[in-house]
Write a protein that binds this ligand. Structure first.
Ligand SMILES: C[S@@+](CC[C@H](N)C(=O)[O-])C[C@H]1O[C@@H](n2cnc3c(N)ncnc32)[C@H](O)[C@@H]1O
Length: 265
């Protein structure tokens, strides 16, 4: 039997303490609320795929607008937590262990709405990310919707820039510099010059104590990456329900992750 070893990120998402953490989350982020409101305006109930469902934070909110809701995750431990958490939920809600890289169990044009929330897509290498986007466009209906969030390279660039850590408040300066020192330590092969010159990079950030390798991308590059298979992009800072419409704002925004809502071509 072929034993496929889990990569560092996948192993992290299987750890009991991390699974428990996600299984207790319940609130939507403001950008997710804006997207849910947009979908509600469509009126019809949707066939929905919730990729990287984790502990089911989004399930209760989004399954309410779905005729069929399937949550998938490559962590069997996360899926077990969802099944336990939603054991009494409606019949149209189900969960399956499945890697987003291989959605072959789902037919072409199956879903009206596909969600990959809270930066779940950022835990795969670049080539796998492109394959995942292709798979999503294949299983999504033409004219259906895809929403996801991704880490913003502009945000981490600011954290790497030591001059930008200085503040009139000495305590804030101290905390910022300690965080910058940790970032430099865990990303010893990366420089600020390299970040400035990159459209996307894989970095280790403070989430889950620097255990994860995380993909960061500039919003302009993210739109470029999506543009073959998706259209009509709406972009939100995770912190706000208001769409970012201004091009200059998009190219300067430093919030650590952004939500992308688009139509499948
Ligand atoms: C940051 S957690 C977010 C969990 C949940 N969506 C939430 O918002 O609370 C990312 C989730 O994506 C899952 N994930 C990452 N890469 C995946 C992949 N290639 N296929 C399926 N799930 C994946 C992880 O196992 C993890 O549960």
């Amino acid at each position: 039997m072929l034993v496929v070893s889990k990569d560092l990120n996948q192993a992290t998402y299987a750890a009991p303490s991390i699974v428990n953490h996600y299984a207790q989350l319940n609130l939507l982020q403001p950008a997710e609320q804006a997207i849910l409101d947009l979908l509600k305006q469509q009126g019809a109930k949707l066939k929905m795929l919730d990729i990287g469902v984790g502990g089911g934070r989004t399930t209760q909110h989004f399954s309410a607008i779905a005729s069929d809701y399937i949550g998938i995750d490559y962590s069997a431990e996360m899926i077990a937590a969802c099944k336990k958490r939603f054991k009494n939920s409606a019949q149209h809600v189900s969960f399956e262990v499945c890697d987003a890289k291989d959605l072959s169990r789902f037919a072409d044009n199956s879903f009206d709405f596909i969600l990959f929330s809270f930066n779940g897509i950022d835990y795969t290498p670049h080539e796998d990310r492109l394959d995942i986007l292709k798979e999503i466009s294949r299983v999504g209906k033409s004219g259906g919707y895809f929403a996801f969030s991704s880490h913003n390279l502009q945000g981490i660039e600011k954290q790497f820039d030591l001059r930008k850590q200085l503040s009139f408040n000495p305590l804030k300066t101290y905390v910022n510099l300690v965080m910058a020192a940790l970032l430099y330590f865990f990303n010893r092969s990366v420089s600020l010059i390299q970040i400035k010159a990159s459209d996307y990079l894989i970095l280790r950030d403070e989430s889950h104590n620097f255990r994860l390798k995380t993909y960061y991308i500039r919003p302009k590059e993210q739109i470029h990456q999506l543009s073959e298979e998706f259209k009509d992009f709406r972009i939100y800072s995770w912190k706000q329900e208001l769409e970012i419409k201004d091009k200059d704002e998009l190219e300067s925004i430093c919030d650590l992750w952004l939500y992308y809502f688009c139509t499948i071509q």
